[in-house]
Write a protein that binds this ligand. Sequence first.
Ligand SMILES: Cc1ncc(COP(=O)(O)O)c(C=O)c1O
Length: 437
Amino acid sequence: MEFKNIDKNLNKILTKIAREKVGKDIEPGKDYIPASGKVLFEQDLLYGVEAVLDAWLTGGRFNAEFEERLASMIGNKRVLTTNSGSSANLLAFATLTSPKLGDKALKAGDEVITVASGFPTTVNPILQYHCIPVFVDVSIPGYNANVAMLEEAVSSKTKAIMLAHTLGNPFDLDAVMAVAKKHDLWVIEDNCDALGAEFDGKKTGTFGHLATCSFYPAHHITMGEGGAVLINDPKLIRIAESMRDWGRDCWCETGHDNTCKNRFWGQYGNLPFGYDHKYVYSERGFNFKITDIQAAIGLSQMERMEPFAEKRRYNHAYLTNLVKSELGDMMIVDEAHPKALPSWFGCTFTLKENFPKNRHALLQYLEDHKVGSRLLFAGNILKQPGYLDMPHRVVGPLDNTDRVMNDTFWVGSWPGLEDKHLDYIAEQMVDFVNENK
Ligand SMILES: Cc1ncc(COP(=O)(O)O)c(C=O)c1O
């Protein structure tokens, strides 16, 4: 990209400053190895400065380019940026509640099939719109919904399926989309942890009616805070655009007026004729928009979407092969569906019964030896303090979900990690086992 605001001299100064801020080496054993992290380059910071110097600040040229480029990279008609992945999930769900969808609109009391061992904001929109989450168990070692339970989960109230591609590992889209088609259900793919993943040669995020991304630093590319909703259907696109932007009927870009050329000449609802279109609200919306500074950083990062996903796959294969060969008899290593090409968010392990100690002891040991770990988010959301009294339905036992809550954890596969970090992580696990045999 040609900079408009940064001349050669300023570029030199900024590049020098930026270089000092990015790409610090992590020395295994001496420095902490986080389970996730951002990988920034000088260019990312320069793009941010260029956007600041536009002095436009709200969504502008960078946001427009980010949305277009991401849509073409993933293969969606429309990408709408949002201020987080959680906002993206809420916006995707809210879109399906629009009265413009008639009988197909989600209403209070409708059921939505999902899983309990994921991130809370995949489930929250269901509850926030007074719908009922219906939980099916997950499979291990894929950590996605056990698709054999989906048919059983469908009732006369079921309207949608909302599932995440767990930790970058695509769920069985053949099975999920077949059930959705058979019962005429909406599908929302929470793609927040899976940017760059594929199923059957097609990018995840292109199968469902709506899909979501997160650009928080732990995720595949970052803009600080940020997210996106991915959509193909023109009707859903229009609803989601409106809902993201306060629920407005008008579709002017920020800072522009009268794009429709009909600003003072319309009849809307029961408003007086000619009521300014800019202040007509056809949905009950939000403001989930991002700044152009976020978009600029995201746009620069987007160039690395594929190489980052590739590096995550390499790191995942490297570490899981080490763990499998050393500890495969006492730890389950995650696996993908045969048609899936994951974009691994981490390397996930579940302790077998013969593991010498419990997960708590292992993770404390790793932490003491400067290896960061994470749990599979909520574990079993039904057991979380904020969810004890939520309205819900459970289909079949959630044995694997409970197992995830008790025995599963993950460590990093993020592109900032090199072989030496992965060797060290595996060594620490082996040392722990040897010390506790
Ligand atoms: C599956 C999933 N969905 C949604 C989110 C929320 O994204 P954000 O942190 O950008 O709100 C996360 C966060 O990590 C996630 O893992």
